[in-house]
Every structure is written in structure tokens, then in C-alpha cells.
Design a protein around this ligand. Sequence first.
Ligand SMILES: NC(=O)c1ccc[n+]([C@@H]2O[C@H](COP(=O)([O-])OP(=O)(O)OC[C@H]3O[C@@H](n4cnc5c(N)ncnc54)[C@H](OP(=O)(O)O)[C@@H]3O)[C@@H](O)[C@H]2O)c1
Length: 253
Amino acid sequence: MNIQGNTVLITGGASGIGYQFSKKFYNSDNQIIVCGRNIEKLTALETTFPNIVTRQCDVTNADDRVKLFEWVTNHYPEVNVIVNNAGIQNRFNVLTADAKNNWEALNKEININFDATVQLSILFGQYFAKSQNESSIINVSSGLAFSPMAIAPIYSATKAAVSSFSNSLRHQLSHTNTNVYEVIPPAVNTDLGGKGIHTFGADPTDFINEIFDGLVNDNHYIGYGSSKERLTMTKAELDQVTSDMYKQLKDTI
Ligand SMILES: NC(=O)c1ccc[n+]([C@@H]2O[C@H](COP(=O)([O-])OP(=O)(O)OC[C@H]3O[C@@H](n4cnc5c(N)ncnc54)[C@H](OP(=O)(O)O)[C@@H]3O)[C@@H](O)[C@H]2O)c1
């Protein structure tokens, strides 16, 4: 992928891994458009990087995703890269979760992590294919797509689904000028799931530098540290990782 001279939409680009994408693309001479829910975070981003454009949006809902697509393509018709990064993580016990009265809250993780990635990939994939310019869809999955963290069962499943969908998307777009990349973070030190949960994770700057090396080298599956190792593990080894993680974390839910 050519990492200069693009117009890049980054969902959830004002904090965490998305912020790292924003900063790195900004410093490589690209026009950046960032969407997120929190207006304070978006304003802070615009103050730090005056040329970044922000748009308040919540990718939980289908209508809001369509509105985002229409706004971006109307105001920035040259858009040629989307980073589907926005995500949330919930840790819960399936034996005590209230799937009768609280399904909306449980389902939100599927809406944000999976539905939004799929809908925005289709909308922008069709737009990119018509424009015939070099373009990229970058979907953020997780090392947990390959060995689930059982205390976050929906989260892990959404990431496996994002991984599978991205693979199919890559095949369907293979005759177009659109590349599909899957970025596969391991634990990274961000606020995912709440402040302080991921402080043991990888340094976000080291992480993003290696991810960009992968984009420049046109690697379709871009892991880092332990998530890179998971790409070549056997099923038995991946199951062992899941089992070890569950033993270590089961008392936290
Ligand atoms: N950190 C890790 O250890 C790790 C590991 C593997 C994969 N990942 C993946 O990396 C991606 C980024 O996570 P992160 O670690 O950077 O988490 P984070 O620090 O919590 O950041 C998440 C970002 O997504 C945005 N967001 C969340 N829900 C949104 C919604 N409904 N609409 C629009 N924006 C939304 C948030 O902004 P607002 O709050 O302003 O909306 C925030 O900017 C996620 O897909 C996550 O699953 C992270």
C-alpha cells in the first residue's frame, strides 16, 4: 500500500489504536477524517492536528453508518482508504448475563465490532471499486480472533467474524484496485474495555510502526508480537492459549 497522498477515514480515530493510525497517516502526508462518539476527544484531536477533519458519529446504528458514508463521500469524494477500527470489549459470565431484558446491551458489541465493519466495508468497497483508484480497506481484528479469550465471548467471536469477512472481501475485491488488510493487534496499552485493563499491553507507538511496515509491504495479515505468533500456531496450540487465558482470568468475571 502506498501510505502517502491518500484520504483516509478512521473510525474511532481520536483515541487508542485509532489515534495511532490517525497520527501515523497524518505524519505521512494524508488527509485524515476521524469519526467517534465523544466530542471532547474529537476537538482535542483537531487541536493537536489542525488539518484533521472530525465527524461525530456512532457506528452502532445502520442509519448512522449510512449517514457517515454519505457525508464523507459528498465532502471528500477522493476518499480512498477506510480503517474500520472502532471497537468495544465486554467481559461477562454467560451464566449470569441477562439475555432476556438486556439483549440490546449485549448485542451492542456485535453492532459496533462486526456489523459496522461489514456495512462500511460494503459501502466503501462499492464506492472504491467504481472510482477505479488505488484504495484500501483496513479492518482491525484481534489475536483473540484465533484463540478466544473466553471471559469476553462475544468480543472474541466478533473478531473471528471480522477476520473471516475480511478474507472473503479480499477475494471478492481481488479484480478491483482495492486492497484488503487485516490488522491483528495483540494486547495493546489502550483504554479498551475500561481504563487500566490493558496497561500490560504493547506500547502503542511500537505497535503502529510495525503495522505500517506491514501495510507498506502489502502483507494481508498484519500481526504484532503474540498475535503474529498465533497466525502460524496449530489448532491444538491455539486451544491451549485459550485454556491458559481462561484459567488465569476466570475469577475476574
Ligand atoms: N487494545 C487492545 O489490546 C486491542 C487488542 C486487539 C484488538 N483491538 C482492537 O483495536 C480497535 C481499537 O481499540 P482500542 O484498543 O484503541 O480501544 P479504545 O482505546 O477503547 O478506543 C476505541 C475507539 O473506538 C471508538 N468507538 C467505540 N465505539 C464507537 C462507536 N459506537 N462509534 C464510533 N466510535 C466508537 C472510541 O471513541 P468514542 O468513545 O469517542 O466513540 C475510541 O476512539 C478495536 O477494534 C479493538 O477491538 C485492541
